[in-house]
Design a protein around this ligand. Structure first.
Ligand code: NAP
Ligand code: MG
Length: 404
């Protein structure tokens, strides 16, 4: 078979530990034999981030802005223990944080659903994609412990000399207080990313806040979403037959539980933090959750939602076999190939992406899986394999689908 051609490179961000090992196995087994792979390679492994004083991370993010499509392996976010383990010069920031800030993007997480793993919510038939606004609110708050009676106020002094203040509370005894903020620019970018992603994936978009209680703060989020929808996206939504649906957060939670799935749920920062953990555990396994960062101007960075699977890596280093699940990382690659194929008008590359995902479904459909999925499967006899054998089984299905 002649290898599938690419015209523009994908930005390839290599990573750390077990996922770095899987990364190479996936390329060798499932990509390089079939695709004339063009990537611009950035080594985001922690040793190289340290060596380049983290410049490589910023460079990879800028390359994503240039080329529009990236695929990323999981990376270590350094902490105190990693400082000694890797003898680091500095506690470098989270690469995902740097990339997200550079692209001003929103992260969309979607479970990979297979028939033999039933979600714990029996109504769910299709995946629910969650989009979390990753800026401001409680994550950048200012807090104060109040020890004795007194007045706490909200004060605003504008640069032009305007002064506004209002009393938050007259404390008669000890208590606590918290100040939050957000900015229109970030909310608008979040809204645009969500509407664009909905159009892209042809799914309806839900958004919810608590604007009945928080009339100005949450009200601002609601208003900006509505403005953006009407100004830029309404016609396209109607043409595609998808819906923009706003409701209160408590109503949204109730409706999500009774829904069949198959939509995007946009959440404010805190709601998204909480609800994404609920959805991923209710759908089955963190190892089966994919993730894509979408910028408001249409750049895409694909990855798995899980981390570097450190525990498995330490076993691997001892020479032990591991059964680490590569599916979400494979889907990161297929997502990037599909998007690259769409942007460059390469139907063969899009088909390869579809076939690669289908090969994973075929394999899992036969009960062939890694250890994390074995005990979750119903209706098929699970055949648990190590990562290498599992990838080989996927390759056999891929070859059948590609006709080679
Ligand atoms: P993790 O790597 O996601 O792993 C947590 C546990 O979940 C594993 O020990 C394993 O459970 C299970 N698991 C996750 N992915 C799996 C897979 N593909 N196959 C099988 N089992 C899987 O999270 P962590 O251990 O908290 O973090 C490890 C490192 O990853 C940290 O340095 C963190 O900074 C980094 N991280 C990176 C990203 C990213 O780059 N996007 C995201 C999260 C974390 P068992 O051990 O029980 O088998
Ligand atoms: Mg969380």
């Amino acid at each position: 078979m002649e290898k599938i051609k690419m015209t523009t490179p994908i930005v390839e961000m290599d990573g750390d530990e077990m996922t770095r090992i899987l990364w190479k196995m996936i390329k060798d087994e499932l990509i390089l034999p079939f695709v004339d792979l063009k990537t611009e390679y950035y080594d985001l492994g922690l040793p190289n981030r340290d060596k380049t004083e983290d410049k490589v991370t910023l460079d990879s993010a800028l390359a994503t802005k240039k080329y529009g499509v990236a695929v990323k392996c999981a990376t270590i976010t350094p902490n105190v223990q990693r400082m000694t383990e890797y003898n680091l010069h500095q506690m470098w920031k989270s690469p995902n944080g740097t990339i997200r800030a550079t692209l001003d993007g929103t992260v969309f997480r979607t479970p990979i659903v297979i028939p033999s793993i039933k979600p714990s919510v029996k109504f769910w038939k299709k995946p629910i994609t969650i989009a979390r606004h990753a800026y401001g609110d409680v994550y950048r708050d200012t807090e104060m412990v109040i020890e004795e009676p007194g007045t706490v106020k909200l004060v605003y002094d504008s640069e032009s000399g305007k002064h506004e203040e209002s009393v938050i509370f007259n404390f008669t005894g000890p208590g606590v207080v918290q100040g939050l903020y957000n900015i229109d620019k970030s909310i608008r970018a979040f809204a645009d990313s969500c509407f664009n992603y909905a159009i892209d994936s042809r799914m309806s978009l839900w958004f919810a806040t608590k604007d009945t209680i928080s009339k100005k703060y949450d009200g601002r989020f609601k208003a900006i979403f509505q403005e953006e929808y009407e100004a830029k996206f309404k016609d396209k939504f109607e043409e595609l037959g998808i819906e923009y649906f706003y409701t209160l957060i408590d109503d949204a939670v109730a409706r999500v539980m009774r829904s069949e799935g198959g939509f995007i749920w946009a959440c404010k920062n805190y709601d998204g933090d909480v609800m994404s953990d609920m959805l991923s555990s209710a759908f089955g396994s963190l190892a089966m959750m994919k993730s894509v960062l979408v910028s408001p101007d249409g750049n895409y960075e694909y990855e798995a939602a899980h981390g570097t699977v450190t525990r498995h890596y330490y076993k691997y280093l001892k020479g032990e076999e591991t059964s680490t699940n590569p599916v979400a990382t494979i889907f990161a690659w297929s997502g990037a190939f599909r998007k690259r194929g769409e942007k460059d008008n390469l139907p063969e590359l899009v088909k390869y992406a579809d076939d690669l995902e289908a090969a994973c479904y075929d394999t899992l459909g036969e009960g062939i899986c890694t250890k994390d999925l074995g005990h979750l499967m119903e209706g098929v006899e699970p055949k648990v394999m190590n990562s290498a054998d599992f990838l080989h089984a996927i390759r056999e299905h891929l070859e059948k689908r590609l006709g080679c």
